[in-house]
Design a protein around this ligand. Sequence first.
Ligand SMILES: CCCCCCCC/C=C\CCCCCCCC(=O)SCCNC(=O)CCNC(=O)[C@H](O)C(C)(C)COP(=O)(O)OP(=O)(O)OC[C@H]1O[C@@H](n2cnc3c(N)ncnc32)[C@H](O)[C@@H]1OP(=O)(O)O
Ligand SMILES: CCCCCCCCCCCCCC(=O)OC[C@@H](O)COP(=O)(O)O
Length: 278
Amino acid sequence: MESGGLLLWALPSALLLALLLQLSPRLRFRAKVLSYCALCLMASALTAPACLLWNGGRTVENMRIIKNVVRSFKYLYGLRFDVKGLEHFQVEGPCVIVSNHQSVLDMMGLMEILPDRCVQIGKRELLYFGSVGLIMYLGGVIFINRKSTSNAKSVMSGVGQAMTTDNVKVWIYPEGTRNGNGDLLPFKKGAFHLAIQTQVPVIPVVYSSFTTFYNPEKNLFTSGRIRVEVLPPIHTSGMTATDVTELCDTCYTTMRETFFRLSGTARRVNGSTPHLAQ
Ligand SMILES: CCCCCCCC/C=C\CCCCCCCC(=O)SCCNC(=O)CCNC(=O)[C@H](O)C(C)(C)COP(=O)(O)OP(=O)(O)OC[C@H]1O[C@@H](n2cnc3c(N)ncnc32)[C@H](O)[C@@H]1OP(=O)(O)O
Ligand SMILES: CCCCCCCCCCCCCC(=O)OC[C@@H](O)COP(=O)(O)O
């Protein structure tokens, strides 16, 4: 009786949902993004106890566990990463890795190539994303308050100390926010201050544009191929605070050119020089 009743309701509801998803691209897009968020929440809830049992608390060692879990997500979404230049990560000791940031899907691209002993800088709000916040905390993500520059700067200065004493690499998105418009935003300077203050190399990483397979404006979220390039390290030994702007601009120009090359698109700004961070 009971299973009959269940069938009576569940089957038509499932069919209706399937029909709605077929009919509405917006709904289909939202359902796929929601499935990604749900997957992240669920995987984090299951991985957090493993991190606690294995490593006991907040430590960069947990990133290895997190990385291995996240690396399986790409198969569910039909994503392929073609990576070049991984050998550039083989620098002795700490470094600052900077890369472009297009969407929440970047987390998969990040974990695809994340070197050992590397933590990311993230906005403080992420800490409140339930189990995802917890797993980030356990993995050693450094949270900054973007609304308070002075707070963000002082946190970043503390990071420099930890990088050298604990031998950790730091991954920063210098655009400071997600940007999926097929270009790079002007870079913020925190990453470059950190590299120069700590006298460690900057390693730029570029991911090709997602716009051909992921575009919220067009309700597009299909399978796709992402080209990734790790560029040679830029050494900062001997540089001082006066070199920050030049280092930032050099990285921006190189990464932007690489971004267009990898994405197979022409420069957006008609021949004029790219707009740099002020
Ligand atoms: C098991 C399953 C798991 C599934 C779940 C997955 C879990 C996976 C776990 C883990 C993955 C984690 C993934 C995390 C991803 C997170 C991504 C984000 O949240 S991105 C947003 C936050 N990140 C940033 O914002 C960084 C970049 N921003 C900066 O570096 C900025 O520079 C910042 C915040 C430090 C300051 O921001 P300003 O808006 O004030 O920008 P400015 O223009 O750079 O600075 C203003 C002035 O201050 C100086 N300044 C900046 N930093 C300085 C410093 N450190 N020392 C001295 N002066 C500094 C600058 O030179 C500038 O001055 P002058 O224009 O040159 O005169
Ligand atoms: C309770 C809500 C649960 C939501 C679960 C969401 C799970 C998504 C996990 C992916 C984490 C990736 C981190 C990320 O990419 O964050 C965005 C920030 O970089 C920039 O933020 P913004 O563009 O400035 O808003």
